[in-house]
Design a binder for this molecule. Structure first.
Ligand code: TYD
Length: 201
């Protein structure tokens, strides 16, 4: 097993249907093969808040943007303390499927101040070393996850995801990489692996 001098947090972000989970798991498998100690977590997490978010989504319960924000933040606090910090302390590579960039983009697209969301998160969330944003058009993304929604709901969702995508695209920092996701899986995985290895030396 290759030992790193410190833990590394790699975050996957992007709108629904861009292949985040697939790519996150492909990266983990590739890192394991090279002898690295990598673990995978996702948000919403398995905390009771995360479960509540998933339950509300499944039953299409109505919830205000502020209520949503509150739940995602509570879930994240628990994920940071219970999962991320312990793994990072053991110098592992932590691969995380969605993080606070999702909150800025998804809840921001519902009208909450992006600045405010960022500040609330930066108060407790560990900063990531690398953020990989998978970019895909909303109609293509929704097509991939096989939306079973009615046509008008689908259009509404597409419209919303267009705003979410725009916010993801506006994130420009040295440790943020934007990757076009409408390409063969292995090609994308190769690119992600190359970028990641640069952060491990
Ligand atoms: P998703 O990763 O798509 O979950 P699943 O694996 O069940 O498909 O995340 C669920 C939804 O939650 C997704 O539409 C994005 C949304 N979300 C937010 O709105 N804000 C957040 O902070 C997070 C983490 C997710």
């Amino acid at each position: 097993m290759i030992k790193l001098k410190k833990g590394i947090l790699i975050v996957f972000e992007g709108i629904d249907g861009g292949g985040k989970t697939t790519q996150a798991k492909m990266l983990m498998a590739r890192l394991h093969k090279k002898g690295y100690d990598a673990v995978y977590f996702r948000e919403p997490s398995g905390s009771r808040w995360g479960m509540e978010i998933r339950r509300k989504a499944a039953y299409k319960d109505s919830i205000s943007p502020e209520g949503e924000l509150d739940l995602f933040l509570k879930d994240r606090r628990e994920n940071v303390e219970k999962n991320l910090k312990p793994a990072l302390k053991e110098n592992k590579i932590v691969i995380l499927d969605r993080y606070y960039f999702s909150t800025i983009a998804y809840q921001g697209a519902k009208g909450i101040s992006q600045q405010r969301i960022r500040k609330m998160n930066e108060g407790f969330a560990v900063l990531p070393d690398l953020v990989i944003i998978l970019d895909i058009g909303p109609s293509q993304g929704l097509g991939r996850i096989g939306g079973r929604e009615k046509k008008d709901l689908l259009f509404e969702r597409e419209d919303y995801l267009l705003k979410v995508r725009e916010i993801f695209n506006s994130f420009r920092e040295d440790n943020i990489v934007h990757i076009k996701a409408n390409r063969p899986l292995n090609q994308i995985a190769d690119e992600i692996e190359q970028v990641t290895l640069g952060y491990l030396t």
